[in-house]
Design a protein around this ligand. Structure first.
Ligand code: PEP
Ligand code: MG
Length: 580
């Protein structure tokens, strides 16, 4: 058994067989063979070794021709390794005695070898480990016939283990088959993490290197509450986690009963509970969970799943679907927020060193005005299908907001000229996710109809902590007193200007912060649909007076650790059975 500590990004426990996805996306299939398949499997292995040797020799010939013998000899060493008698013997024994498949044997043995090299100090040793991975890859490519398993095509239940997953790869996962995932890299606020939560898949990121310790088909537990990945669990651990999964199901069933109850405090304060979505299909879950509308539709995911820039009709089809599904409830469509970790169609320039400080979000949209205008036309057209509102992301100064509004005005003018109907009085809002926007709130209040605080970005820009970097993950927290003060400033300024304000960062979906946020003055929260029942449960169990006391107390605390400890205590007093 091996326990790895990572960063918990999507709650819940998942137990299942590993699907190891390396950079090339190989799937290493289940490990056991029927008894009568053993000779055939050894023949497959022999053939793969022979073909790999031929392939390596060919590489050696080509490299020697171009760069000389010194370089070519690297491949001679590879060829020797593949044909090492001891290696072959070990592989054959695993197939014969343990009935492992050739792929699984190759992966297991070579990864063990690589691990030994990795554990030795020095660049030379690290290179040798890479050589072994290279050989493993070559052999697997032969054995699997170049088959690359697309995550989207997985058709049996698995736990995905990968070095890294992009937000679009995560979005393409089928939640019915992907029970959970863990990645070696990645930080707490990455969009990969957010998508996992949206899909309700338990996930852990930023564990550091572990893929060389695991092979496909092995048993894995993902503990998305504690941020743990447990490889090859022993019976006792397995039993404990199976019990936990059963308990989670019971709690989920209890929470389901809340969906048609009002989101209201004990002393009668109604709280608007909205849902965050990435795809139109998520409206179904939002409705099941009884949300009052959509507070954040991350429209850029239309770009992340396709391989070309969507047409106006594709935008419109998606927006109409969302607006119609929500049956007159408000739907806030956030305009394109591409760039940084959401980048497929606009690759960052080579000299982009700080993508989160670079050409992302509204800046990227204002640079590609044609694409932006086309999206705005589609949003405007969707105002005929429901209560559609528009919101600009990452606004960092007034001129940026005004420029965005000008593009919106252009789109309106075009539609008018073309005789296409739309709601001219569409409500226009902005996200508050850069400290400069908070500081300038008293000016912004005159120029928009509503606000939504995006703590995922506000945390990273306030604390200067990259939201997707595991090495600074411990600093990335909404509990930091500086973040909480900025949230309060934004709420106070919006209230003073008479404009509604909500909060749609992940902070609002964590029950830990619910009392604090109400106490700071929020009356609207936009959460991942999966989190809606738990948040509602907190709202329905508390009073505004208590929430105000909680907020007052929190504002006296000096560190994120103190804030979290205090909020945990308060939540466990309120709901003793709430897993925190
Ligand atoms: C945020 O930054 O809080 C937010 C909701 O936007 P995103 O997570 O998509 O950047
Ligand atoms: Mg953001």
């Amino acid at each position: 058994m091996l326990r790895l500590q990572g960063i918990a990004v999507s709650p819940g426990v998942a137990i299942g067989e590993a699907l190891v996805v390396d950079n090339e996306g190989f799937r290493i299939p289940r490990r056991f063979l029927p008894r009568d398949a053993i000779d055939r499997e050894i023949a497959r292995l022999t053939k793969a070794i022979d073909e790999t040797t031929a392939e390596i020799n060919e590489s050696r010939r080509r490299i020697t021709e171009r760069l000389g013998d010194d370089y070519g000899s690297i491949f001679s060493a590879h060829a020797q390794m593949v044909n090492d008698r001891k290696l072959r013997q070990e592989l054959e024994e695993l197939i014969r005695d343990r009935h492992y498949s050739a792929e699984y044997s190759v992966s297991r043995v070579l990864r063990r070898y690589a691990k030994v090299f990795q554990s030795l100090e020095g660049a030379y040793m690290a290179e040798r480990a890479n050589d072994i991975f290279d050989i493993e890859k070559r052999l697997l490519r032969r054995l699997l016939g170049e088959k690359r398993e697309e995550l989207a095509q997985v058709s049996s239940e698995v736990i995905v283990l990968a070095r890294n997953l992009t937000p679009s790869e995560t979005a393409a996962m089928k939640p019915e088959f992907t029970r959970g995932f863990a990645t070696e890299t990645g930080g707490p606020g990455s969009h990969t993490a957010i998508v996992a939560e949206g899909l309700g898949i338990p996930a852990v990121v930023g564990t550091g290197a572990f893929l060389s310790d695991v092979s496909g088909g092995e048993m894995v537990i993902i503990d998305g509450d504690e941020g743990l990945v447990i490889l090859r669990p022993d019976e006792e651990t397995l039993a404990r986690y199976r019990h936990e999964v059963a308990e989670q199901k019971t709690l989920a069933a209890k929470l389901d009963e809340l969906s048609d109850k009002a989101c209201e405090t004990l002393d009668g304060q109604r709280i608007q509970l909205l849902g965050n979505i990435e795809f139109p299909a998520e409206t179904k879950l939002c409705l099941q969970r009884g949300v009052d509308g959509i507070g954040l539709y991350r429209t850029e995911f239309l770009f992340l799943t396709g391989d070309s820039i969507p047409t106006e009709e594709q935008h419109y089809a998606a927006y109409r679907e969302v607006a119609a599904a929500m049956q007159g409830r408000p739907v806030v469509m956030r305009t394109l927020d591409l760039g940084a970790d959401k980048l497929p169609l606009f690759p960052a320039p080579d000299d982009e060193r700080n993508p989160f400080l670079g050409l992302r979000s509204i800046r990227l949209a204002l640079k590609h005005v044609d694409i932006f205008r086309l999206q705005l036309r589609a949003i405007l057209r969707a105002t005929n299908d429901g209560d559609v509102r528009v919101m600009f992301p990452l606004v960092s100064n007034l001129l940026e907001l005004r420029r965005a509004r000008m593009v919106l005005a252009d789109a309106m003018e075009d539609l008018e000229e073309e005789g296409v109907p739309f709601n001219r009085d569409i409500k226009v809002g902005m996200m508050v996710e850069v400290p400069s926007a908070v500081v300038m709130m008293e000016r912004f209040v005159d120029e928009v109809d509503f606000f939504s605080i995006g703590t995922n970005d506000l945390v990273q820009y306030t604390l200067a902590v990259d939201r997707s970097n595991k090495d600074v993950a411990s600093l990335y927290t909404s509990a930091d007193p500086a973040v909480i003060r900025l949230v309060k400033m934004a709420i106070d300024a919006a209230d003073a200007g008479g404009k509604p304000i909500s909060l749609c960062g992940q902070m609002s979906g964590a029950p830990l912060y619910t009392m604090l946020l109400l106490g700071l003055g929020l009356r609207s929260l936009s959460v991942t649909p999966a989190a809606a029942p738990e948040v509602k449960r907190v709202v329905r169990s508390t009073t505004m007076e208590h929430c105000q006391c909680v907020a007052e107390r929190v504002l006296t605390l000096e560190s994120a650790r103190d804030v979290k400890t205090y909020l945990r205590e308060e939540l466990s007093k309120l709901l003793p059975d709430q897993p925190i």
